[in-house]
Design a protein around this ligand. Structure first.
Ligand SMILES: Nc1ncnc2c1ncn2[C@@H]1O[C@H](COP(=O)(O)OP(=O)(O)OP(=O)(O)O)[C@@H](O)[C@H]1O
Length: 247
């Protein structure tokens, strides 16, 4: 369970996240949507303990992210925006390093490493320095480190950004396969991805929640049945053909 209570983040005078309150339960795949600068990455950084809130609180698997950061981080895997990694390390050395950080040892360490290397098809690039990888492979290495300790909660900031259509498909299939028993929060600008993967969508703009519903109910707000029409109507406030004025 993720429980977010009156979460606010200010950068100087800018309120990037403005009094967000919501919970996410096991089995939910939450699409976190919003225009550029809406506050999605800032919220994800706070959930994962990389950024301290200005006010409000977050509990993950019952652990307060600020007062029990290690316990909270243990139950989460995080793919940050851009999937940063140590560029000069080989893929194998990087994953070994993450396995150490996550305290994996013995048979479990080996089986978890084998699992992510096979799931993300990293076998052919294990000895390659990360800086020499294609964008798609870098993203897959980022996903591998997020999945390595098989956490119950996954926070994925634009997981398919920069992937070609085949790789997008593969990553979506992977996320779908994991979704039954995990909590997954995905930020994305690709609305078809929300349709394909998510059973809930939150749309934020200027750090505030504008909609929180199933993708199916959101689509039903538009005569066109298109999520992008609903997204535009909700986030711009402008009348959009096919979307009821008070949707
Ligand atoms: N370190 C920072 N210092 C100052 N302002 C910041 C900082 N990080 C983000 N912001 C601002 O906070 C707001 C929210 O940014 P954030 O990156 O969370 O949005 P986002 O919804 O993830 O956007 P995108 O879809 O473009 O990734 C933006 O106005 C951004 O410019």
């Amino acid at each position: 369970m993720i429980e977010i209570n009156h979460l606010t983040k200010r950068y100087g005078v800018l309120k990037a996240v403005d009094d967000l309150t919501f919970s996410v339960a096991a089995g939910e795949v939450l699409g976190f949507l919003g225009p550029n600068g809406a506050g999605k990455s800032t919220t994800m950084k706070m959930i994962t303990g990389f950024l301290a809130p200005t006010s409000g609180s977050i509990r993950v698997c019952g652990h307060d992210v600020e007062s029990a950061p290690l316990a909270a981080k243990t139950c989460m895997g995080y793919l940050p925006e851009g999937a940063p990694a140590y560029a000069e390390m080989t893929v194998r050395a990087f994953l070994d390093f993450i396995a150490n950080v996550r305290g994996l040892a013995g048979d479990r360490r080996k089986s978890r490493l084998d699992d992510v290397i096979s799931r993300l098809a990293l076998g052919s690039v294990l000895e390659q320095p990360i800086e020499t990888l294609s964008k798609g492979f870098k993203r897959r290495v980022g996903l591998a480190q997020a999945l390595l300790h098989d956490p119950p909660v996954l926070i994925l900031d634009e997981p398919t950004d920069g992937l070609d259509p085949n790789q997008k498909h593969e990553v979506r299939t992977l996320i779908s396969a994991m979704s039954k028993d995990k909590i997954i929060v995905i930020s994305t600008h690709i609305l078809e991805e929300v349709d394909a993967l998510c059973n809930r969508a939150i749309i934020i703009s200027n750090g505030r929640i504008l909609a929180d519903d199933t993708p199916r109910n959101l689509k039903a707000r538009s005569a066109t049945g298109r999520l992008d029409d609903v997204f535009r109507a909700i986030t711009t406030g402008a009348p959009v053909q096919g979307v009821a004025a008070h949707a």
